[in-house]
Design a protein around this ligand. Structure first.
Ligand SMILES: [Fe+2]
Length: 321
């Protein structure tokens, strides 16, 4: 581990100001019906209102994502972060004080919050919303059948895999270090870990997964993947198999990450980005300092798993591929 670059230490621990959750991600795609098929197959509760889709998880009221129809190619429309009501005015004042210009909300997304763009043009909202990032580490299921009992039902009787919640989103950026500083200074996110200037993982200060927002180096901004928590490694495998059965065969997994420690399988979506089945990601409790590190890329991408497909890091939004 080497020195951490681009890290801005907060001045005080108590009274630190920051968003608590990644409330929602929004994509724009050319054909919403394609998105409905993909995310429905993935195990999400997809509701259509006109040509806009709401992405929920079964048994949870929160809208974790939206898909709007428009444009010739998939694009990240915006990211929305949630904060406590008392934190909205000081967050707004801090962001304006940092010289960030506030702008009008896009049509259909008016809220109690405020809007701005990061230096690369990514549209961001901060609003008052319930904390949907969990307050403690999610429980994973590691069930072993006792002797004399079969551990699994036959394949036809397996229930469909249904993710429990959104964990994080990973976006491309042309400047990982500058993005870390931007999100620290404006949203109060903190660096969890990074690998040189290639990738960085950021968490919320009020208790969150190891990362609610991750950043990966590219030539331009863009959406790389959304990550959905499932209950077990078994569900990761089942989900991947069910998606393959429906024709969604491309992706990467099964494997285990080093930074965040989660088990994963990524399914390539219709637009060249990915949806991740994830389990047992590290958790950073409120008011605890995570020992952030700057790790060697070759040592920190994944602990085990298949070779990374070349298409995994292509930013189709940025004109690559
Ligand atoms: Fe991920």
């Amino acid at each position: 581990m080497t020195a951490i670059r681009g890290y801005v230490a907060p001045t005080t621990e108590s009274g630190a100001l920051g968003v608590h959750s990644l409330d929602e991600f929004v994509l724009a795609v050319p054909d919403a019906s394609v998105a409905r098929d993909f995310y429905g197959s993935f195990g999400l509760d997809v509701a259509a209102k006109g040509k806009t889709l709401a992405l929920r998880t079964f048994g949870h009221d929160h809208r974790w994502g939206s898909v709007v129809e428009g444009g010739k190619a998939k694009a990240l429309h915006h990211l929305s972060f949630g904060c406590y009501a008392e934190d909205l005015p000081p967050l707004k004042a801090r962001i304006e004080g940092n010289g960030v210009k506030l702008i009008d909300p896009p049509p259909g997304f008016e809220s109690n919050g405020f809007w701005f763009r990061n230096p690369e043009g990514v549209l961001i909202e901060v609003k008052v919303a319930p904390k949907v990032t969990p307050d403690r580490k999610s429980e994973s299921q590691w069930v072993s059948a006792p002797a004399g009992v079969a551990g699994t039902a036959i394949r036809a009787k397996q229930p469909p895999v249904r993710p429990r919640r959104l964990s994080h989103v990973l976006t491309f950026t042309a400047d990982v270090s500058a993005s870390i500083i931007f999100y620290e200074r404006n949203l109060g996110l903190r660096l969890s870990d990074r690998a040189s200037d290639l990738v960085a993982f950021m968490h919320g200060i009020h208790g969150s997964d190891h990362h609610i927002l991750a950043l990966v180096k590219s030539s331009a901004p863009g959406f790389h993947h959304c990550s959905w928590e499932v209950a077990s490694v078994n569900e990761i495998g089942l989900g991947a198999m069910c998606m393959a059965d429906k024709g969604w065969t491309r992706g990467w997994g099964l494997g285990r990450h080093v930074l965040g420690s989660n088990y994963f399988h990524y399914v390539r979506d219709p637009w060249g980005s990915f949806s991740e089945y994830s389990c047992d990601i590290d958790y950073i409790p409120k008011d605890e300092r995570w020992p952030s590190g700057d790790h060697k890329p070759e040592d920190s991408f994944y602990l085990w798993g298949p070779d990374v497909p070349p298409e995994f890091t292509i930013n189709y939004e940025g004109g690559e591929g």
